[in-house]
Write a protein that binds this ligand. Structure first.
Ligand SMILES: *[C@@H]1O[C@H](CO)[C@@H](O)[C@H](O)[C@H]1NC(C)=O
Ligand SMILES: *[C@@H]1O[C@H](CO)[C@@H](O)[C@H](O)[C@H]1NC(C)=O
Ligand SMILES: *[C@@H]1O[C@H](CO)[C@@H](O)[C@H](O)[C@H]1NC(C)=O
Ligand SMILES: *[C@@H]1O[C@H](CO)[C@@H](O)[C@H](O)[C@H]1NC(C)=O
Ligand SMILES: *[C@@H]1O[C@H](CO)[C@@H](O)[C@H](O)[C@H]1NC(C)=O
Ligand SMILES: *[C@@H]1O[C@H](CO)[C@@H](O)[C@H](O)[C@H]1NC(C)=O
Ligand SMILES: *[C@@H]1O[C@H](CO)[C@@H](O)[C@H](O)[C@H]1NC(C)=O
Ligand SMILES: *[C@@H]1O[C@H](CO)[C@@H](O)[C@H](O)[C@H]1NC(C)=O
Length: 516
């Protein structure tokens, strides 16, 4: 009896003493102190186990080793990679934090493959993986967010909530997403997604120097018409010009990815069906396609994108649509010319090569009229500065007309005196033409809708990845999708437009070919 009791007591004691041991082994730490390191079988896990940092191979069966961050509970989604362009091959790998507080990634023979390039060093540096997915180097004696270095400043192809795209004007750092070379190849591809701050800030997807897609220009405190609560635009010319987004209220993991084919996709994790849902995709098709309508062209979209010309301009016969339009009457320099107002548009490309911004000016019309090479103007208010003018020169490119009132800006385009005179006469005709076109479009829309519904139902199984993403998008839209953040980030599409944008992407392609 007594020995039995002793045995029980012993095993109980054993059990209790074993628990801390057990915990120690399974619970990884979220920090790396100076002099410490992890090898390729060890991990750092953020405080509430959201993210994990360590080594992985890609492709999985290869011996190409990368240091990366991924979701701890969700398999196969890498959100950050340190050495994407310089994998460690055929060797073990170690991540150290050295004496001056820099992270260094070395192979077996001590060759450095990557290092954190912090501009200053601190005495008691520690590296910590935060629950936001940010891997930071900070002074261990201070909890402040004044990080010496952070992985959020060196993005991979993924934007996480709280992470910023764009310029830190103090350090001169410009953060952008860089696509993978291909789905299976982590190395830097040609596509980037970031903010062009030269001129008015605009989010852009670019392939090298070539603009694929341009977001809505913003100024002051952000998009004036953005209805999105989650999107955060900062425009402070002494501090930063940036875009970021905060997590959805239900706090499920979410991420925005620039994929290797140029899609910008916002994924939200659904606990319910353990899957990623894409809540908005952007691809450079339809009216989003930067060069679709050419110079002085105007793109509008009712299921299919169509290119028109700005008032006072026309398309030359036998010209490609992307060659744009030309002036009907070139007499626009001190010959009684004036401006035609076009409402509800996405302003033309407002990069520095195309615009001059005149701060603190009231009379934008006079400003533009005074310079014969000024093609158009727009007015805006900048907080702290007030009424200001934007003047366009050289080209008016990538203008989009929005059907919904109040979803665009006013643009004033310079036209010859003859155009101003004829405007009243023509408007009657224009209304009739517009009504005929609209009824045809509605008819086509209904037909396409039925056809597409049928095709969609029958094609569900065989759609490619892109199409499946779009499918998910439509389904979410039908379920009353919240106004997504990327809508704010990219363009102010109405919900109906959004269905048009994403859902009928494949249709655009066909119609483009027809149009050409
Ligand atoms: C990694 O480090 C742990 C703890 O120091 C050690 O047990 C393990 O053998 C190491 N693994 C390799 C591959 O070096
Ligand atoms: C890695 O190892 C494989 C097979 O052992 C070999 O074919 C390859 O050349 C090695 N690569 C490098 C970069 O050493
Ligand atoms: C470490 O990297 C260097 C440079 O790439 C290479 O010469 C060396 O062979 C590598 N060491 C091992 C053990 O693979
Ligand atoms: C480190 O920073 C310096 C100056 O900011 C830069 O010239 C250098 O290319 C950077 N090196 C790496 C590996 O990022
Ligand atoms: C991009 O522009 C720069 C400067 O205008 C030029 O030097 C470079 O060759 C261009 N690159 C491509 C890929 O067009
Ligand atoms: C820009 O940032 C600086 C420094 O934080 C601040 O003093 C200033 O008020 C900001 N300007 C605007 C327009 O928000
Ligand atoms: C239109 O563009 C296509 C391809 O870009 C080209 O082959 C064709 O010659 C162009 N047509 C005209 C009239 O310029
Ligand atoms: C008109 O504007 C252009 C572009 O900003 C500038 O180069 C030119 O000097 C201006 N002309 C006059 C007369 O102000």
């Amino acid at each position: 009896m007594a020995s039995n009791f002793r045995q029980n007591l012993l095993s109980l004691l054993c059990f209790w003493t074993l628990i801390p041991l057990f915990l120690k082994q399974s619970m990884a730490v979220d920090t790396l102190k100076a002099g410490q390191s992890i090898n390729d079988t060890q991990f750092i896990v953020s405080a509430t186990q959201k993210f994990e940092l360590g080594f992985f191979t890609e492709p999985k069966s290869s011996n190409f080793k990368y240091l990366g961050i991924w979701y701890k509970e969700i398999p196969d989604v890498v959100v950050w990679v340190a050495n994407r362009d310089k994998p460690i091959i055929n060797s073990s790998a170690t991540l150290n934090i050295n004496g001056d507080g820099n992270l260094v990634l070395v192979n077996q023979t001590g060759e450095a493959f990557w290092f954190s390039n912090s501009s200053r060093s601190v005495k008691n540096a520690i590296a910590q993986l935060l629950d936001t997915g940010n891997f930071v180097i900070r002074d261990s004696t201070s909890e402040s967010e004044n990080y010496v270095w952070q992985s959020f400043d060196y993005p991979f192809d993924t934007l996480l909530p709280g992470m910023k795209l764009g310029w830190d004007l103090k350090t001169g750092l410009n953060r952008k997403l860089i696509s993978r070379r291909s789905q299976m190849d982590l190395s830097s591809g040609k596509l980037s997604y970031g903010i062009n701050t030269d001129g008015l800030p605009q989010l852009m997807v670019r392939e090298g120097n070539k603009t694929m897609f341009r977001g809505w220009p913003w100024f002051g405190d952000g998009f004036r018409r953005s209805r999105s609560q989650e999107a955060n635009f900062v425009y402070n010319t002494s501090l930063e010009i940036s875009f970021s987004y905060s997590n959805d209220p239900d706090n499920e993991p979410s991420r925005v990815v620039l994929d290797s084919s140029g899609f910008v996709v916002h994924y939200v994790w659904s606990k319910r069906d353990e899957n990623w849902h894409s809540s908005y995709t952007f691809e450079g098709s339809g009216c989003n396609s930067y060069e679709l309508c050419g110079n002085f062209g105007l793109c509008s979209s009712v299921l299919v994108a169509s290119c028109g010309c700005l008032d006072g301009f026309e398309r030359k016969p036998n010209q490609n649509i992307s060659d744009g339009c030309v002036r009907k009457d070139p007499e626009t320099c001190r010959k009684g010319e004036g401006f035609r107002k076009i409402s509800n548009v996405k302003w033309p490309d407002s990069s520095g090569e195309f615009v001059k911004i005149k701060l603190g000016t009231q009379n934008c019309e006079k400003e533009c009229l005074n310079n014969c090479s000024c093609l158009a103007y727009g007015a805006l208010k900048i907080p702290g500065i007030g009424a200001s003018c934007v003047n366009w020169f050289g080209k008016l490119i990538d203008i989009r007309f929005n059907r919904d009132a109040g979803t665009g800006e006013d643009l004033f385009v310079r036209v010859a005196a003859s155009e101003l005179e004829s405007s009243n006469k023509k408007s009657g005709v224009a209304v009739v033409v517009a009504m005929v076109i609209i009824s045809i479009l509605i008819f086509l829309a209904l037909i396409s809708w039925f056809i597409i519904r049928r095709v969609r139902r029958s094609a569900r199984g065989i759609l490619d990845k892109g199409a499946v993403m779009i499918e998910a998008l439509i389904e979410e839209n039908e379920l009353e999708m919240p106004i997504g953040l990327i809508e704010g980030a990219t363009d102010h599409f109405s919900i109906s437009n959004k269905i048009g944008e994403g859902g009928f992407g494949p249709v655009y392609k066909v119609s483009h070919q027809k149009m050409k």
